[in-house]
Design a protein around this ligand. Sequence first.
Ligand SMILES: Nc1ncnc2c1ncn2[C@@H]1O[C@H](COP(=O)(O)OP(=O)(O)OP(=O)(O)O)[C@@H](O)[C@H]1O
Ligand SMILES: [Mg+2]
Length: 401
Amino acid sequence: MAIEREALEHQLRQAQKMEGIGRVTGGIAHDFNNLLTVMLANIALIEGQLPPGNAEIRQDLGALAAAAQRGAELVHKLLSFSRREHLSMQPVKLSAVVEGWVPALRRMLPETIQLTAELGDDGAVVLCDRGAVEQILLNLATNARDAMSGGGGFLRFGSERVFLNERYRETHPWAAVGAYTALSVTDTGIGMDKNTLQHALEPFFTTKPVGVGTGLGLSMVYGLMKQHGGLVQLYSEPYKGTVVRLYFPVHQGAASSEVAPTLTTGLDRLRGSETILLVEDEPAIRSAGSRLLATQGYKVLTAEDGVSALRVLAERGSEVHLIVTDVVMPLLGGPELLDAVRAMGLETDFLFTSGYVGRDLQETGELPSDEAFLRKPWTVEEFLGAVREVLNKPRRGPALA
Ligand SMILES: Nc1ncnc2c1ncn2[C@@H]1O[C@H](COP(=O)(O)OP(=O)(O)OP(=O)(O)O)[C@@H](O)[C@H]1O
Ligand SMILES: [Mg+2]
């Protein structure tokens, strides 16, 4: 009895520790968002203005962009761990997501590693964010690759239907009773000793040399799985390979038929001639964003907060097809701006963008869940892609045109 209580207390402390670390890392990550957004956007702008030639400058810019991109990836991982990632959940067949991602993973892995996917539970529909699941697979495949760097091996994806019952909850009290599809990722690599296994999910725990691993991959997987109402289990022994099992709750319903493409191609596809009002209080982001849109052919109006946006709309509201707005701003934030615009009788489309992300905002009811959302820092493709996606949806506005 005493041992059982001790074990439960240990688990509780462990959970509290993870929550605490999550709060701290989430806060830091958020502050880096705006900085990186400005950097990435300006790099793209400089590149666009360079006259032909200038190979050396282009190369330097490339290095700069790669570093900023790496920074953005780190921030993204930290936000996923602290569960501040904005996810858009859709009912999809998990097997379709996994199989769709296999070719990309194959390209990433060296030829000495053989990748196979045999998904037994291939009919399982889960409520998930496709991009998040792809991130999870990418992280696990990267870990497997590192574990098999010695001389190749096998990486296998499998899946099966399992039912987690009351009995299972005795040892995993945070799991809900019900049907899950367990996606397993198995490698034949170096495996983990007890200590590594115990700490592997914690942020910044890594056994890799400085510069190789940041120790955030599995933390991200952990955070994302929790956000999906699921679980992660690791099974490993030294030199016996590793199995990572991801439990996704099975969704009772059909998969949505539209499969969102996640890979963007060239920027040319992302041009347009509509009028966009960009509302953003950070001057550097406002200027970079409006110039990016203008170079793609859009007509751009800008405002530094919700109040001045309303002033612009009072005059030219009927011309505006889309309002891209920050969520948190000193004078009238994004959600309040939406209310005010609807009160004016305008049905203009909205795209919200923020570094404070989904869960926090949606929980406090600040962010309308049915409006499009883009997280910061965005890359140029993400920004232009999100704009195009909203504009391509069946038209809502301008209402008075
Ligand atoms: N498939 C695996 N085989 C063996 N060890 C693993 C495997 N996956 C994770 N580990 C161990 O767990 C540690 C933490 O993994 P995690 O993915 O969180 O960070 P990382 O891979 O070290 O760095 P990052 O993912 O941030 O680049 C690794 O350093 C490694 O020791
Ligand atoms: Mg990793």
